[in-house]
Design a protein around this ligand. Structure first.
Ligand code: COA
Length: 260
């Protein structure tokens, strides 16, 4: 896959999506968002890819937000359309049937925090800076930040971040549960790779159904969510992978999952 604003590679069953606009601190213009949609869709159908890592090129920025040059020209209709396009990407990532890890390597502001929020897990480097500074531009988050941030860190912490627009460091992001862990910048890729490999060694259908169970059950009443879990558990039991996984345990060997 060749893109203007992204670097992609597949190594050891991991598909990388690397935002590559270093002169703009990897800010997301519409073209980059559309390229990301294309890259994730390609990984969806690539059977070699068992997990995805999203990061930014260089050592300074993950994604410094939506491209403010583009935001400046939006109006009532184009503004709505603009964020619906970004939301299409965040929904694609959030519901991706393979684990997606955000390697947050520096500034992750506005749309940057929102892209990280849509990933299944976030690992930050010590120099990471996160936040939703849209109010400072007279705007609000539009790539899902008003919804996913409050669901992840709680309404109070989300309100404080969204209403102040303040930027927080990696340690504070960890304290409020915005990231899963913080590692030195030099160790970020290795750490994310190890986590992706750990996940990718598991049954692919179980990963897919596990993501679906957590996501689909999150916003519905508990009884419905538990019923959904039971249905998806039943689906797992009907897979060859679950037969292989349980048999391998009993035979004291490593499972050989085929994704069937
Ligand atoms: N959109 C468009 N361009 C951006 C950008 C964004 N979100 N963030 C950074 N850039 C550009 C800058 O305009 C600058 O371009 P230039 O060299 O052509 O002038 C380049 O990236 C480098 O940024 P700069 O501001 O010089 O770096 P810095 O180290 O002084 O500051 C930030 C870094 C992240 C604090 C600062 O760039 C910033 O506040 N960016 C906007 C963050 C934001 O509000 N994001 C949310 C948007 S909804």
């Amino acid at each position: 896959m060749a893109f203007k604003n992204l670097l992609t590679k597949v190594e050891k069953n991991i598909g990388w999506v690397i935002i590559n606009r270093p002169d703009k601190l990897n800010a997301l213009n519409r073209e980059t968002v559309n390229e990301m949609i294309e890259a994730f869709r390609a990984y969806l159908f690539d059977t070699k890819v068992k997990a995805v890592i999203l990061t930014g090129s260089g050592e300074k920025a993950f994604i410094a937000g939506a491209d403010i040059g583009e935001l400046a020209g939006l109006d009532l209709d184009t503004g709505k359309d603009y964020v619906l396009n970004g939301q299409e990407l965040t929904k694609l990532i959030e519901n991706f049937p393979k684990p997606v890890i955000a390697a947050v390597n520096g500034f992750a502001l506005g749309g940057g925090t929102e892209m990280a929020l849509s990933c299944h897990v976030r690992i930050a480097s010590e120099n990471a800076k996160m936040g939703q500074p849209e109010v400072k531009l007279g705007l609000i988050p539009g790539f899902g930040g008003t919804q996913r941030l409050s669901r992840l860190v709680g309404k109070g912490q989300a309100m404080e971040l969204i209403l102040t627009g303040k930027i927080i460091g990696a340690r504070e992001a960890l304290e409020i549960g915005l990231v899963n862990r913080v590692v030195p910048l030099d160790d970020l890729h290795a750490n994310c790779e190890a986590l992706a490999e750990e996940m990718a060694a598991n049954g692919p259908l179980a990963l897919k159904l596990g993501i679906e169970a957590v996501n689909s059950g999150f916003d519905i009443p508990m009884d419905e969510a538990l019923l959904l879990e039971a249905e998806l558990f039943g689906k797992c039991c009907a897979t060859e992978d679950s037969k292989e996984g349980t048999k391998a345990f009993l035979e004291k060997r490593k499972p050989d999952f085929q994704g069937k």
